[in-house]
Design a protein around this ligand. Structure first.
Ligand code: P6P
Length: 299
């Protein structure tokens, strides 16, 4: 069954929801009661974005389940909650969403945005089951990058409409930026060795803004490497496989780059739970190859 029309409808819905999410940031900088399933505080803006995206995406014919970083379980189109992962997806698509990635950047008014992963499989799903991945970047202007059928396209989003500005994006062959998350003293020995090599490369400069999509968008624009690595205190790192690692890996790999959990493409990582965390490294192929060689050698 072709999913092309459903994917187009998802792209339109995500672009169409972006202005409301952006407008909804004003006045929603306060934290709400409780935590998300990853144990993180929730802003009113997170909850607002999550509800908007659930409504718009589950209304699309061909989308039968919705999951987000902000909710414990998968929500089915026809019922309150679907357990996901066991039932048959009846050939329909599952969407996994980080409604407001980098929402902690709201207080200092820095970049943030939305990540949408579209899987042709029940959730939790492997990255190889992705048929599309999208991020909306709420920067000085609103842009959207989407990867479908192995090609990445950038759009400017104006009043909810998407206008193509870059097609078949490929990472520049002369990379210039790097950005690494986690506290430096908490990095593993292998990653520390890798980071020192990158830092000593005079062609690369530090760009780290605290929102994955802003930092990865710099890599998509200038070439380089982004990582939120395994930490001594958190061997699985911080970022979520379903909602952040897989979709951003799909986009970077569609642009000719590579992804890695330290050993393999993120798209090959077998999920256990919906909210699994995973070490994330994304960027130019040679920089990711160097990472895997260094970390492997460091073991
Ligand atoms: P830290 C945002 O909270 C996020 O999930 C990613 O977007 C970002 O890369 C990372 O966490 C930032 O984490 O530890 O630098 O605040």
């Amino acid at each position: 069954m072709s999913h092309a029309s459903t994917i187009e409808a998802i792209l339109d819905a995500v672009a169409g929801t972006a202005p409301e999410i952006r407008e909804g940031l004003v006045g929603r900088r306060e934290y709400v009661e409780g935590e998300n399933p990853s144990g993180e505080d929730q802003l009113a803006a997170d909850v607002h974005a999550d509800r908007l995206l659930e409504e718009r995406l589950l209304a699309i014919d061909g989308v039968d389940s919705y999951a987000s970083e902000e909710r414990e379980a998968v929500v089915g189109a026809d019922d309150e909650t679907a357990d996901g992962g066991d039932g048959d997806s009846s050939g329909e698509l599952s969407v996994a969403v980080d409604p407001l990635d980098g929402s902690s950047n709201l207080k200092p008014n820095n970049a943030m945005g939305t990540i949408v992963a579209v899987y042709d499989a029940p959730l939790p799903a492997q990255g190889q089951d992705l048929v599309a991945a999208i991020y909306v970047l709420l920067g000085p202007i609103t842009t959207m990058v989407a990867a479908v059928d192995g090609q990445a396209t950038e759009y400017v989003v104006d009043d909810g409409d998407r206008h193509t500005v870059r097609e078949n994006i490929t990472l520049p062959g002369d990379p210039t930026v790097y950005g690494f998350g986690g506290r430096v003293p908490d990095w593993t020995e292998g990653f520390t060795e890798y980071a020192r090599g990158i830092e000593s490369d005079t062609s690369l400069k530090l760009r780290y803004g605290g929102a994955m999509i802003g930092d990865v968008n710099q890599v998509m624009t200038y070439g380089g490497v982004f990582a939120y690595p395994a930490l001594e205190s958190a061997p699985e790192g911080k970022l979520r496989l379903q909602f952040e690692g897989n979709p951003m890996a799909y986009i970077v790999e569609s642009a000719g780059g590579k992804s890695s959990d330290g050993e393999r493409s993120l798209l090959d990582v077998e999920p256990d739970g919906l909210h699994d965390r995973v070490p994330v490294h994304l960027g130019n192929a040679d920089l990711i190859d160097r990472l895997e060689t260094t970390i492997d050698g460091g073991e």
